[in-house]
Design a protein around this ligand. Structure first.
Ligand SMILES: NC(=O)c1ccc[n+]([C@@H]2O[C@H](COP(=O)([O-])OP(=O)(O)OC[C@H]3O[C@@H](n4cnc5c(N)ncnc54)[C@H](OP(=O)(O)O)[C@@H]3O)[C@@H](O)[C@H]2O)c1
Length: 243
């Protein structure tokens, strides 16, 4: 993706009818540790792809972390106020994407799922840590609206099929603290004898993270033929999924 000429050649050879752009330096600590790379991939790479895709639908994955996290329940009219490098690069990329009225920005929440390598999603990382016998310190004062990645995928297809452009918030319908999320996953994997302790985000100021990144998804919900699920209910309804 950083070889812009190669990307251009591939684009012209393949002539896609739709681009769904997920590639990123996707973890805040990585972006904070290597800002130059984060800006190059997250902003410049996105702008390059958006330019190539100027005449076709383009879906860009942004993040719930673009907000200041002081109030939560952010809808699409809320003004981003990114605090760390990761969120800053996402906001800059959003601005490039939204300059084209054919294009779409999804601010997605914490996604749970099964990655090809088995170690990318937050649920996989928690599971691996418990398998190693670690005790996790989980914040009681940092809130997200986790969503299964399979649901996010369905949302993408619905929006594309309905030619929806502009900004959309895509999250689960339940606001949970990191500690509550940990409790739900611990109950799912009793065989791991999961251990975790309550902690405060105040004790871990770096990299800066919004405390309450919960999203209001009423806009996308009006378009969807299904309800965005509460994470706890989805886990109960899908006992055999790899989450
Ligand atoms: N997962 C979440 O909870 C979450 C929440 C909010 C927003 N998002 C956003 O959603 C998108 C997908 O997230 P994810 O969790 O799937 O991220 P991920 O697991 O880190 O995957 C990112 C992908 O980007 C690729 N990539 C990174 N740099 C590249 C480069 N220079 N050239 C080509 N490919 C490159 C990576 O390739 P390699 O496999 O080769 O490393 C990887 O496949 C990201 O934009 C992320 O910021 C995710």
């Amino acid at each position: 993706m950083l070889d812009f000429d190669a990307v251009r050649r591939a684009f012209h050879a393949q002539r896609p009818q739709l681009v769904i752009h997920c590639a990123a330096v996707s973890r805040s600590p990585d972006a904070q540790a290597n800002p130059e790379l984060a800006w190059r991939i997250n902003r410049d790479g996105t702008a390059h792809l958006a330019r190539l895709a100027a005449d076709i639908p383009f879906v860009f994955f942004s993040s719930d972390l673009v907000f200041d996290g002081l109030t939560g329940n952010y809808d699409e009219s809320a003004k981003p106020d990114p605090s760390g490098v990761y969120a800053q690069t996402k906001v800059a990329a959003e601005n490039f994407v939204l300059a084209n009225p054919r294009h779409t920005v999804l601010r997605v929440a914490l996604n749970a799922g099964a990655s090809l390598t088995g170690d990318r999603a937050f649920n996989e990382q928690m599971r691996l840590a418990w398998q190693r016998g670690e005790t996790l310190r989980l914040f009681t004062d940092e809130f997200r609206c986790p969503i299964p990645a399979v649901v996010t995928t369905r949302v993408v297809w619905e929006l594309v099929n309905h030619d929806q452009t502009g900004v959309f918030h895509v999250a689960g319908s339940e606001r949970l603290s990191r500690h509550e999320i940990g409790k739900l996953l611990a109950a799912r994997w009793p065989q791991l004898h999961p251990r975790f302790a309550a902690a405060s985000a105040r004790d871990c100021p770096n990299p800066p993270r919004p405390r309450d990144a919960s999203l209001n998804c009423a806009k996308v919900q009006r378009i969807l033929p299904f309800q965005l699920p509460a994470f706890s209910q989805w886990l109960r309804d899908h006992p055999d999924e790899l989450i």
